[in-house]
Design a protein around this ligand. Structure first.
Ligand SMILES: [Zn+2]
Ligand SMILES: [Zn+2]
Ligand SMILES: [Zn+2]
Length: 268
């Protein structure tokens, strides 16, 4: 079965947040424990793609049982989306050649600055990731999946949202954005699944608030919609009862089964 899985659904701090004594952080209910935002795609041939590798990647790989990687996609250069890259060496050294890291083009220089030591040729020590950074400028196919980047506004930095296709199935994944361009809203209209950033209730200059996210999700009108990249001001259980029909809070580990154009979420 082809699957989409949330490896992380938190804002850049993760939840609970260091030093925060709010109710969500204090109670640590499992549904409110949010690793840094990341998505895993797998197909029936075990091809595995991960979108973003934040500081929680090691925990995510162990907790959710990632066994191999066929591609990694980077939506933008913020630390909560790239600072776990060193840990992918455990995967790259089991594979014959460098792993391709598809990077939003405006973030390539930053990746090379952050990770100047990544090797593109084997060395005996196996101490560094064996990867090749490539500009993600158009559709990338890996197994049953096709991943198409679409620029979205996110503060001063270039950033992309991802259109995910798997045969007739279509989804949108935008973990970080302060809005969506009108042509992208039109393009995504009626997708099977739409996953969108919702940081908190209060407005933020480079992220969507929950209320802004709900409005955009209504415009897109996906069969199923999820909010992600959430901070501790948002409680899973409150969202679960208060969000409009067909809009749900994501949670770490949640799996969406993808079979042709039909989808049925199930929890793990
Ligand atoms: Zn982020
Ligand atoms: Zn908190
Ligand atoms: Zn960001």
């Amino acid at each position: 079965m082809n699957q989409i899985q949330f490896l992380g659904t938190g804002w850049s701090h993760g939840v609970p947040m260091i030093g925060c004594d709010c109710r969500v952080c204090r109670e640590r209910k499992p549904e409110n424990v949010r690793r840094r935002s990341s998505l895993r795609l797998t197909d029936t041939d075990s091809n595995t793609i991960v979108i973003d590798v934040g500081p929680d990647f090691r925990d995510q790989a162990i907790t959710f049982g990632i066994e191999k990687l066929d591609a990694v996609m980077i939506t933008h250069q913020h630390a909560d989306h790239v600072m776990g890259l060193d840990d992918i060496r455990r995967f790259t050294w089991q594979q014959p050649g460098p792993l391709t890291i598809w990077v939003e083009p405006g973030s390539l220089d930053r990746m090379n600055t952050l990770y100047p030591y990544v090797a593109q040729e084997r060395s005996p020590a196996k101490a560094v990731p064996l990867v090749e950074f490539r500009a993600w400028q158009g559709p990338v196919r890996v197994g049953a999946w096709e991943l198409i980047p679409h620029p979205v506004p996110h503060g001063d930095l270039p950033c992309v949202g991802v259109e995910i296709r798997c045969r007739a199935f279509r989804a949108g994944y935008v973990p970080d954005a302060s809005g969506l361009p009108n042509d992208l809203i039109a393009h995504l209209q009626g997708v099977d699944v739409m996953i969108l950033n919702a940081l908190r209730h209060d407005p933020h200059p480079s992220h969507l608030s929950l209320e802004q996210s709900i409005e955009l999700l209504k415009q897109i009108g996906a069969t199923r919609s999820f909010v992600t990249h959430m901070g501790c001001p948002l409680d899973y259980h409150t969202l679960k009862t208060e969000l409009p029909d067909r809009i749900e809070p994501a949670k770490d580990g949640l799996v969406i089964e993808v079979e042709e154009a039909t989808v049925s979420p199930q929890s793990v």
